[in-house]
Design a protein around this ligand. Structure first.
Ligand code: NAI
Length: 339
């Protein structure tokens, strides 16, 4: 089995090479992302393997289908970069539903603590032997209210971390968890969560419904000085509205592991270039904004789990076994009808 592996990074290869050799899957690594312009590289392969910033839109799907490729193995849980409806009946989309909710939730808390305790500033200061404390005053998380949007696998871990810090937890999710309610988490409407929370952390997927969940209007309804954390998907927040709300001192701080237009920049070294996204550049320039480049998943444990599940998905698919991680609704829990 030969798989074209797009957006390959040095940290991907060791796990995929080892597991691939064990399971009879040969990976050809392409550093480029999968796009309409690069899809022809997949010709002659049994499938493609992609990550969050690869494009699997209708045109790419049709091109893959035309080359006889029926498999797209995602190395991610989120699949907002895939036109699932268009894929139905053409290519199978397999994903990694969970690789380490701890990795993402812990990164969210790391960003929050860094931001509110001004660690990013203190680190640079002491490197320069500047031991002054002025401007570094933070606030206790204990007793503060955190609003968690989406209490699935990652949201739950984040809730547990916040409970451990002695925070009051409000949550918003269409499917409330009895277990979390029993532990003192209060499910509320989004409007109440926005109004009451000192910190808001987003852990829901990006869908048509959740697109720009935090827009100018929603940000205006938040508590003044709210800290916003987004480790989910960039377009949950209207980045221009966020910038305006930060300038207006409505948002007190933002911790962003994802950004609406991250495809252009994230995972690449732009240090010697002029970044022509003024919103991103302005956000990064703010003293109360921390941006990491979609790094929340990046732990050894998560990389291992991603490789294991992806290789399992590929082997199951190519051996025509039922794959529980199939996203095509026609094929879930049933034998493939696509051939
Ligand atoms: P999950 O599917 O276990 O949980 C998502 C939860 O969000 C569910 O409880 C669902 O009911 C809820 N939800 C759906 N739409 C909602 C809405 N409009 N408002 C409020 N809640 C809503 O997903 P999981 O594993 O917890 O992942 C969450 C998201 O985290 C993924 O969709 C992905 O975008 C992101 N992610 C980010 C990573 C990173 O490295 N930054 C890595 C992995 C995932």
């Amino acid at each position: 089995m030969k798989i074209a592996f797009f957006d390959a990074k040095p940290y991907d290869k060791p796990h995929f090479d080892r597991l691939g050799a064990e399971r009879g899957v040969e990976f050809k690594y392409f550093e480029t992302k999968l796009t309409r312009d690069t899809v022809s590289l997949a010709r002659g392969y049994d499938g493609v393997c992609v990550f969050v910033n690869d494009t699997v839109d209708a045109e790419v799907i049709d091109a893959l289908y035309g080359m006889g490729i029926r498999l797209v193995a995602l190395r991610s849980a989120g699949y907002n970069n895939v036109d699932i409806k268009h894929a139905e009946g053409k290519v199978h989309i397999l994903r990694v539903p969970a690789y380490s909710p701890y990795a993402v939730a812990e990164h969210a808390m790391a960003l929050l603590l860094t931001s509110i305790r001004r660690i990013h500033k203190a680190y640079i200061r002491t490197k320069d032997f500047n031991f002054s404390l002025s401007g570094l005053t933070g606030f206790d998380l204990h007793g503060k209210t955190v609003g968690v949007v989406g209490t699935g696998k990652i949201g739950r871990v984040f809730v547990n971390i916040c409970l451990g810090f002695g925070m009051r937890v409000l949550a918003y999710d269409k499917y409330p968890s009895d277990e979390l309610s029993a532990r003192g988490v209060r499910y509320v409407e989004l409007s109440e969560l926005l109004r009451e929370s000192d910190v808001i952390s987003l852990h829901c997927p990006l869908t048509e419904e959740s697109y720009h969940l935090l827009d100018a209007e929603a940000l205006g309804r938040c508590k003044r000085g709210v800290v916003i954390i987004n480790t989910s998907r960039g377009a949950l927040i209207d980045a221009e509205a966020l910038l305006a709300a930060i300038k207006a001192r409505q948002v007190g701080a933002a911790c962003l592991d994802v950004y609406e237009e991250e495809n252009e920049f994230f995972f690449e070294d732009f240090s010697g270039h002029i970044v022509d996204d003024d919103v991103l550049a302005r956000l990064i320039s703010m003293p109360n904004v921390i941006v990491t480049s979609h790094q929340a998943f990046l732990t050894e444990e998560a990389l291992m789990n991603i490789a294991e599940t992806t290789v399992d998905n590929i082997v199951n698919f190519l051996n025509k076994r039922d794959c529980p991680n199939e996203l095509c609704s026609r094929c879930v829990g049933a034998e493939c009808k696509m051939g």
